[in-house]
Design a protein around this ligand. Structure first.
Ligand code: FES
Length: 140
């Protein structure tokens, strides 16, 4: 079933909680399983200085969010957008196939938070991120 690392992150998630007055917020949901995730970022000079998440979802959704926040903290926002499902699954030492969509949810929540930050601060949104934002909102 789940790897030891998934269980560890689920039982003791890193960066869990809410940031008051975040610079960007991402909210994504999966209509099929009903899981919802919020991800908050604080940004300074385009660098993610703080990141937290709240997930109402399965163990894999919580573990993947924990890993995504670990991977993104301290990174440049555009660099953080490169975090994908494969990176997350590798960090977690595998995920059952039926749980792979949970890892997408966390990476998408981060992309949405970066999108929100760029919009709020009147910065240019790369076309690729604009398209990803459209896709995410079409699906949820
Ligand atoms: Fe849907 Fe995990 S079962 S996010």
């Amino acid at each position: 079933m789940y790897s030891k690392t998934v269980i560890e992150h689920f039982q003791n998630p890193h960066n869990y909680g809410k940031i008051e007055n975040p610079d960007g917020t991402g909210k994504v949901g999966n209509p099929r399983c009903g899981d919802i995730m919020y991800l908050y970022i604080k940004v300074k000079e385009d660098k993610i200085t703080d990141i937290k998440f709240e997930t109402l979802g399965c163990a894999a959704a919580i573990a993947t969010s924990s890993v995504v926040t670990d991977l993104a903290k301290g990174r440049n926002i555009f660099d953080a957008l490169k975090i994908n499902s494969e990176n997350v699954i590798e960090k977690l030492e595998g995920l059952p196939v039926i749980k792979v969509h949970c890892s997408l949810l966390a990476a998408d929540a981060l992309a949405e938070a970066v999108y929100d930050y760029l919009k709020k601060s009147n910065k240019a949104v790369p076309e690729e991120l604009e398209e990803r934002h459209r896709q995410i909102n079409k699906e949820s």
